[in-house]
Design a protein around this ligand. Structure first.
Ligand SMILES: [Zn+2]
Length: 638
């Protein structure tokens, strides 16, 4: 999820507005209060819709927006500063903002270039090293095509290879340090840095981000006595472990095609599986899977299978010490492979998480080496995460023992309660009752006695609140996001859309058609793009977007990768969606105005006239929208 969407999801607009001193009164599904932006303390004209996270003043201001707009207006900030302010409040880090200044971008490009050069250097050393090549080919069963495809290499023995090779090529020692390839030994009085090559006598695996840009290296030992067995580049300006999934640059399309992503724990597992034809496989950078990584996947699929090595800490955490794993997770924002954490994310990301257990203490690469089809079966038989935990806890236990039953129930029930879907909860409760051979009603009593992890009180820390993405809850946001995404990808459609709207007696598309500030900003740039003719429209949009909305735009691009190639169809679709959006918006406002008018009549009626005028406008709008919609439907049926 883009940072901005993350912030939207984590901040409750009712809280935000209340804290700004607006007393809100519950009115149906909405809240009303006195508008903080204009001077009328007589009747409440300010309405907040918690579901869409938006607000509107029906009085003098006659405008509205989302949380960003509210803060911008209240504090007189621009979008970027409002974003920063709300990010702080939500406990969300905005890294893209700090990283995207043009000079910084250029420096990052140079670091990536350096990494590409180093990759070639390591590859040359690999093909000159018979022993390591033989190990890869024969022991790991990796063929030469795969070695090339994944850019494997070898870092030779020695401490100053990189300095000797790359400084004469025009790179600086500092750049080699910045990119994590040299470690600084000492920094003496003359300020001459003494450095060592970080990677020596190791198999080098280039790590790229999801768009294929070089980010760092993973390294595996050749000499079995070396430690540690695996070593990654340190965190650098272009390498954030929690934000990258190894192999995703190659796996993105296969994941989308299979509508499934498989997560394994080792880079060489990823490579072996891709070689065997299973290309929807990725791996996190260490053992812990972060929420950001799950979000990266979510752009392509919501069906995720965890293929866990049988002997890892992660697997153990699923079985034991759920409490400890969970509190550690809360602190670090990482999931590990803790079942409860994953469940919570399943709910938040609306993903389908399953666990495939590897048999016979084998790693994934050993399994495909043994029998290629076995992998397919294992993944097909992956169990939903709750079932996996249930079965694992029950394995080898005497299920006739009342104490054992009680223990298992106490551990599994809280997981079941975390499930978002009531039907699923029922199904699992029944399954648990069946497994333990007890009556379901008995289970209800067990939970309170067991060593259950209590949910934190919600008020303690906002950033820890369990939130469902606004997008998932709110259809308007989803449609809006789709529409702006299509226009973002194909700005040229905007002209044609405007014409279609006008042919239907409707006004051209305007900033007001979007409720959310980020969408409004993007729309503004798209509008400018189609009004100039010096640059290609899309290029213009890309180069004129405010940096603060970079991550939203990436999300939008990802969402709209599979558009209907026929522009005419897209256009019809867009037209229909915008009519729906306008219609939903008009209805919402009409209803609200009705309530406000009733209130107003009781209070004396200073605003009555403006409300009636607004209501008339919305009525007329609804009428033309309905006509346009009818015409569109008729045309579609022809
Ligand atoms: Zn107002």
């Amino acid at each position: 999820m883009a940072t901005i969407d993350d912030i939207k999801s984590k901040i409750d607009i009712v809280d935000l507005v209340s804290e700004a001193g607006v007393k809100l009164r519950h009115a149906g599904r909405n809240y009303t209060g006195f508008c903080p932006f204009h001077d009328n303390k007589h009747t409440p004209a300010f309405v907040v819709w918690p579901e869409s996270g938006t607000w509107r003043c029906f009085g003098q201001c006659n405008e509205g927006g989302d949380i960003f707009k509210f803060v911008m207006k209240r504090d007189g900030l621009d979008f970027k500063d409002a974003l920063q302010k709300l990010a702080d409040r939500a406990g969300v880090k905005i890294e893209s903002l700090q990283r995207e200044a043009p000079q910084v971008k250029e420096a990052h490009e140079r670091l990536r270039l350096l990494l590409e050069d180093v990759l070639i250097y390591y590859r040359t050393h690999l093909f000159n090293n018979k022993e390591v090549l033989t190990y890869l080919r024969e022991k790991r069963k990796i063929n030469d095509t795969t070695i090339e495809t994944f850019g494997l290499g070898y870092a030779p023995h020695g401490y100053d290879n990189l300095l000797k090779h790359f400084v004469p090529k025009g790179y600086t020692q500092q750049e080699l340090i910045d990119v994590g390839l040299l470690t600084v030994r000492e920094d003496d009085a003359q300020q001459i840095k003494r450095t060592n090559d970080k990677f020596r006598n190791r198999i080098m695996i280039p790590i790229r981000d999801e768009t294929g840009k070089m980010a760092g290296f993973g390294a595996r030992i050749v000499d079995p006595n070396d430690i540690p067995k695996f070593l990654n580049s340190p965190e650098t300006p272009i390498f954030t472990k929690g934000h990258i999934l190894y192999g995703l640059d190659r796996a993105r399309k296969p994941i989308r095609m299979a509508d499934q992503a498989v997560i394994v724990e080792g880079y060489l597992d990823v490579i072996a599986l891709h070689q065997a034809g299973y290309e929807n496989v990725v791996s996190p950078m260490g053992t812990a899977l972060t929420e950001d990584q799950l979000r990266l996947l979510k752009k392509s699929t919501r069906r995720i299978v965890l293929a866990l090595d049988p002997d890892t800490a992660g697997q153990k955490a699923v079985l034991h010490g759920l409490d400890a794993a969970r509190s550690a997770m809360d602190r670090e924002g990482e999931l590990g492979f803790d079942a409860r954490g994953l469940l919570r994310n399943e709910a938040r990301l609306q993903a389908d998480l399953r666990v495939a257990s590897m048999p016979d203490d084998l790693d994934p690469d050993e399994i495909v080496a043994r029998d290629k089809d076995e992998w397919k079966r294992l993944i097909e038989n992956a169990k939903p995460i709750v079932t996996h935990v249930m079965d694992s806890l029950a394995a080898g236990q005497n299920l006739n023992d009342a104490k054992v039953k009680n223990q298992i129930a106490a551990q599994v029930l809280p997981l079941i309660e975390d499930l978002p879907n009531a039907m699923e909860r029922d199904t699992y409760r029944q399954a648990l009752a069946r497994m333990l051979r007890v009556d379901e009603s008995v289970l209800a009593g067990t939970q309170a006695q067991g060593p259950v992890v209590r949910h934190r009180p919600r008020a303690v820390d906002r950033s820890q609140r369990v939130v469902t993405p606004l997008v998932a809850l709110n259809p308007t946001l989803r449609i809006e996001s789709y529409c702006i995404g299509v226009l973002f990808r194909k700005p040229a459609l905007l002209y044609r859309l405007d014409r279609k709207l006008q042919e239907s007696g409707l006004s051209a598309l305007a900033v007001e058609d979007f409720e959310y500030t980020d969408h409004q900003l993007i729309f503004g740039v798209i509008r400018l793009a189609v009004e100039q003719d010096e640059k290609d429209h899309h290029q213009y949009v890309m180069s004129h977007l405010p940096e603060s909305i970079n991550d939203v735009s990436l999300d939008l691009l990802a969402q709209t990768e599979q558009l209907d190639p026929v522009d005419d169809k897209l256009l019809e679709e867009l037209l229909a969606r915008f009519i729906d959006l306008r219609r939903a918006n008009a209805m919402l406002n009409m209803n609200q105005l009705r309530f406000l008018q009733e209130d107003e009549q009781q209070q004396g009626g200073a605003n009555l006239k403006t409300y009636q005028e607004q209501a008339m406008q919305f009525m007329r709008l609804l009428h033309s929208l309905d006509q346009a919609k009818r015409k569109l439907t008729l045309r579609r049926q022809e």
